[in-house]
Design a protein around this ligand. Sequence first.
Ligand code: F0G
Length: 367
Amino acid sequence: MPLLSALRRLSAKPTLQDWPGLIEAYRPWLPVSDRTPVITLREGATPLIPAPAIAARVGRGVKVFLKYDGLNPTGSFKDRGMTMAVSKAREAGAEAVICASTGNTSAAAAAYAKRGGMRAFVLIPDGYVAQGKLAQALMYGAEVLAVKGNFDRALAIVREVADNYPVTLVNSLNPYRLQGQKTAAFEVVDALGEAPDWLCIPMGNAGNISAYWMGFQEYRKAGHSQRLPRMMGFQASGSAPLVLGHTVEQPDTIATAIRIGNPANRDKALAVREQSNGAFHAVTDQEILEAYKLLGREEGVFCEPASAASVAGLLQQAAEVPAGATVVCVLTGNGLKDPGTAIDHSDGSFHAGLAPEVDVVAKVMGF
Ligand code: F0G
């Protein structure tokens, strides 16, 4: 009944069920064919949320939006890249994937690989992965290998393993990852009707900033936007190789997702900075925590600490934003990924051990 279903579609309001996942939504822009088995959890189509409290702090009529990629199926932007990387791995007949990860990549790799009937091996820095991410990798059935070293060491190991054994590397060195992730830039332009003036984004391995730039360029070339944004990349000051211009041997930050000293996409990121007339800056853990709390308390948006680096960076650089400009801050991951940091650092008031009585409760409430 194609006519009936077409009529029904015209009269019904759109539902999330209409969103087929980003490979189908952006198929002409992606290197897939009829032979590609699409492995999807209907990722993408994440909201672009106005951020009036942050805009008020920047001032001068600047408009600020949050691209909240923490609402993807496994809670981070990694799902965009993983639907592509895992679909292409399956197409090529792979039976297993491998990645090094500060947590989010491992959760996404595990979810998509298992859905595609493959094994997932994930190497993580022992003791430096947020609890929610570890829980996910385990629940999705990954084989988790925690190594006594940092992310950079883990990445060096998985690269060598993937070169020598029948497992497909799904870190952002896999080109299909960035292909999937570029769709976030398409969504931003689709939502705004134009590219923003500034895109603020946290950087670890610098895959995501490279993917966004690719997306903005492709969309402009096709006439979907008239301009390109300045790409503003932010790193934690204890893990800021792209700001400092050299590898950091012992990276350190509360934002464990971006605790990376030797970014795999270094050259791509430097080219993005140059081509977009962008800038890279370091933000302190203190600035990250303040932005993290501000987002929760005043915008009602709970992201993980690494994600808050984009907002911390915008607030730090507020004086440089042109009056009336449109700024998009990318929130890469969901706050629930890292409950430990939230509980340790929130300013929320928590009254423990109260007697279960109305008058006791009312008194604490100030009545
Ligand atoms: N934000 C979050 C929440 C991340 O998990 C990552 C990277 C980044 C930002 C930085 O993105 O590497 O493309 O510059 N996480 C990787 C992981 C390293 O293993 O989950 P990037």
